[in-house]
Write a protein that binds this ligand. Sequence first.
Ligand SMILES: NC(=O)c1ccc[n+]([C@@H]2O[C@H](COP(=O)([O-])OP(=O)(O)OC[C@H]3O[C@@H](n4cnc5c(N)ncnc54)[C@H](OP(=O)(O)O)[C@@H]3O)[C@@H](O)[C@H]2O)c1
Length: 483
Amino acid sequence: MIPENHMVVIFGSTGDLTKRKIIPAIYQLIRKEQFSEKCPIVCLGRREYTTEEFVSHLELSQFIKNSEPKILQQLSRQIVYIKQDLEEEAADSLRRRFDDITEKFGCGPNKLFYLALPASVFSQAAGIIQLFVDDPGWQRVVFEKPFGDDLSSAEELNNTITSVLREEQIYRVDHYLGKELVQNIFTLRFHNEIFRWAWHSDAIDHVQITASEVLGVEERAGYYDKSGAVRDMVQNHLLQLLSLVAMEPPLANNAEEIRNRTGKVIESLIPVKPDDVVLGQYEGYTQEHGVDGASQTETFAAFKVYVDMPRWKGVPFYLKTGKKLDERYADIKVVFKHNYELCKTGDCDQPNIIVIRIQPDDGIAIAFNVKRPGRSMITEPVLMDFCHHCYFGPNTPEAYESILLNVIQGEPTAFARWDWIRNSWRFVDHLRATAQAPLQYPQNSTGPAESDGLLKRSGRRWIHGEISPRRSQQQTQILPVML
Ligand SMILES: NC(=O)c1ccc[n+]([C@@H]2O[C@H](COP(=O)([O-])OP(=O)(O)OC[C@H]3O[C@@H](n4cnc5c(N)ncnc54)[C@H](OP(=O)(O)O)[C@@H]3O)[C@@H](O)[C@H]2O)c1
């Protein structure tokens, strides 16, 4: 279905995000006939470019793999570059340009403003957007993460933008929420009765949420050294995953109710104790180009947290993220309890585990026990493994396609509401203040050895990527569990 026409206005269009994510996502929407040729893509930047020069700066054929020339031409025709410094007086000239473009494309008054800018200049951009917020049609504004650096800066930013925009015009992006497998957590839990009833402290022993990266800071040192793993990954992505895993079933299938439920989880997080958090820094980090030689910024964080809700009484959630680790993956592992009666007799089976694999090779796997052939009752764990792209094909939407489409359709479920952001910063500010200085860890490892202690103390261990190696192109398969 082609949605109604609208103008897309990108602030910070000369940056990396526009080139690598936003423009390729619009290409895919055009290809799938979800973005009309009547929708101009107005790219604002402070550099001196003609539209032709800007289009060549985008390096479309490098960033859009296997592109179709016809669609590329269509995309290029829809791009208009306008030099606009955020500090310059914009009112009359920008409105005139927008009016001309609206008339040329025949697109109507709806506008999607995308702020692909550093958060430090969000409020300046909001000052320009203010000129258009009361125009007819819809006017929606997308803010990229990070939304603030801590609770007080997030509050300040929120006060600034809500003095200009209404909450329903604000879309705070966490691109993890645009990922298919993240959206599938909701489906897995609430559209499958077998999981719905097992999703409880009676059955679940603990939950592990991991985002493990093999890359270091690369070209992002300037940003990352001021941010660190907790603010870059935990405050947004990992806590979003936690809130989807732990939320109560929504009473209605609408955005506000779902956001009430995820918000309640973040509000219910019990502040982390000092012994339950380990920060790390990979060896050689301070020698990286752009990093302060005495930096104490963490590139690794692991912690244990409880959710103060009856469903999760006594169930620890272990969260972990880091750079320069030995494997690249992001997943959630829901680890079920042992059958204690069998364990008492010395016949302890492996626990059932549900693995929600977010990347790479997104899918869902379930480890369960089967009897080995023969007369004995010896059991063996196997893995039933659903591969998302093998089944649905490689063309499922990328996160940024979903983000754009959701904003165009006015669907806010996959965007963070202010109360969620406020409570996540409150939790994270406390965690950062509680944690000891980062411990060094070797590159290509699983992080500081002390992070193993978080689980070992209660007889558990991290289950790394090994449980669910997905190398086959089959749609579903049964594999041995490698624990
Ligand atoms: N890149 C990603 O994959 C990614 C992922 C998640 C979130 N984000 C977020 O998305 C936003 C943009 O990221 P990015 O990677 O595209 O950053 P970037 O490559 O550094 O580009 C930033 C853009 O903002 C412009 N800009 C910077 N300071 C400005 C100022 N004072 N006044 C006016 N314009 C200014 C830059 O203009 P010039 O070109 O003229 O410098 C450029 O167009 C950031 O908030 C980032 O945290 C990025």
